[in-house]
Design a protein around this ligand. Structure first.
Ligand code: OAD
Length: 233
C-alpha cells in the first residue's frame, strides 16, 4: 500500500453483513425477505399499509439479536482504532454490526433499525423491540413514530459530510455493495475524480466495477482483514 494515504473513506453494503447471516437485498428472486421493495420501503407503502411496513422492520430489528459481527466488521473496527489519519466509514446498512464490532467513525446513510423517527417533528430516538404503528414521540407527543429508515425517494443522511470526506480522500474502499442504489453508487466517481485510489471488495463485479483501480473478488470476511493488515503494516 502506498505511504501517502492519510484520508480514507470506506463504503459498506449488505454484502459485508451476509456472512453474519443477514440477507442481502438483491437476491435472485428480486424480493427482500419475500416482499417487493415498493410494499415495504417507500413513503407510499407507509401511507398505504403502515402495519405491514412496521412489521417488516420489527422482524429485521428482532433478527439483530441472532447475529454477530464477522471478521470484516472486526477488521474495519480495528482500522478505526489504529488509524491516525482521517477515516469515515459510511454504511448503507441499517443493522448495528459495525458499531457492535467497535467502529466509531461511522455514518448510517440509510438510517438504522435501532432508531425511531418522528414523522411530525423529525426527532430521532433509540429504539429496541417492536414499534407498533401509532407509537408516541416523546418530543412532540404525536403518535407519529416510524422506522428511521431512508425510504426510496427520501434523502440519505449526512450527504454534505460524506461529500466533503470523499473529496479529501486518498483511498476509497467499497465493500459488499451492488452499486445499484444512488447516491452511494456514485461515491466511487466523486472520490476518483478527486484523486483517490479506489478499491472494491465483492464476491462478484458490481455495477460500478469499471470505476475502481482494483476490483478484488472474494468474501468480505477474507478480503477486508487482508486490506486492513496492509494498511496498518
Ligand atoms: P445489495 O443486496 O444490492 O448488494 C449486495 C452486494 O454484496 C452484491 O454486490 C453481492 O455480490 C455482495 N456480496 C454478497 N455477499 C458478499 C460477501 N460475503 N462478501 C463480499 N460481498 C458480498 O445490497 P446494497 O448494495 O447494500 O437501502 O444495497 C443498497 C441499498 O439498497 C440498501 O442500503 C437498501 C436497498 O435499497 C435501504 O434500505 C434504504
Amino acid at each position: 500500500m502506498p505511504h501517502d494515504i492519510n484520508n480514507i473513506v470506506i463504503l459498506t453494503g449488505a454484502g459485508i453483513s451476509a456472512e453474519s447471516g443477514l440477507a442481502t437485498f438483491r437476491g435472485p428472486d428480486g424480493l427482500w425477505e419475500g416482499h417487493r421493495v415498493e410494499d415495504v420501503c417507500t413513503p407510499e407503502a407507509l401511507r398505504r399499509d403502515r402495519a405491514l411496513v412496521h412489521r417488516f422492520y420489527d422482524e429485521r430489528r428482532a433478527k439483530l439479536a441472532e447475529v454477530q459481527p464477522n471478521a470484516a466488521h472486526e477488521a474495519i473496527a480495528a482500522l478505526d482504532r489504529a488509524w491516525a489519519g482521517e477515516l469515515l466509514i459510511v454504511t448503507q446498512n441499517v443493522d448495528d454490526l459495525h458499531e457492535r464490532a467497535g467502529a466509531r467513525r461511522l455514518l448510517h446513510m440509510h438510517g438504522e433499525l435501532k432508531s425511531a423517527l418522528c414523522a411530525a417533528c423529525d426527532k430521532a430516538v433509540r429504539w429496541d423491540g417492536p414499534m407498533p404503528p401509532g407509537s408516541v414521540c416523546d418530543g412532540c407527543g404525536k403518535p407519529a413514530l416510524r422506522p428511521d429508515i431512508v425510504f426510496f425517494g427520501e434523502m440519505p443522511y449526512e450527504m454534505d459530510h460524506i461529500d466533503e470526506a470523499l473529496k479529501r480522500a486518498d483511498l476509497f474502499v467499497s465493500i459488499g455493495t451492488s452499486g445499484a442504489v444512488y447516491p452511494a453508487a456514485g461515491f466511487v466517481q466523486i472520490a476518483r475524480y478527486s484523486g483517490a485510489r479506489t478499491i472494491e471488495l465483492n464476491l462478484e463485479p458490481s455495477a460500478g466495477s469499471g470505476y475502481f483501480d482494483e476490483s478484488l473478488r472474494g468474501p468480505a470476511s477474507v478480503l477486508a482483514p487482508r486490506l486492513v493488515r496492509k494498511l496498518l503494516a
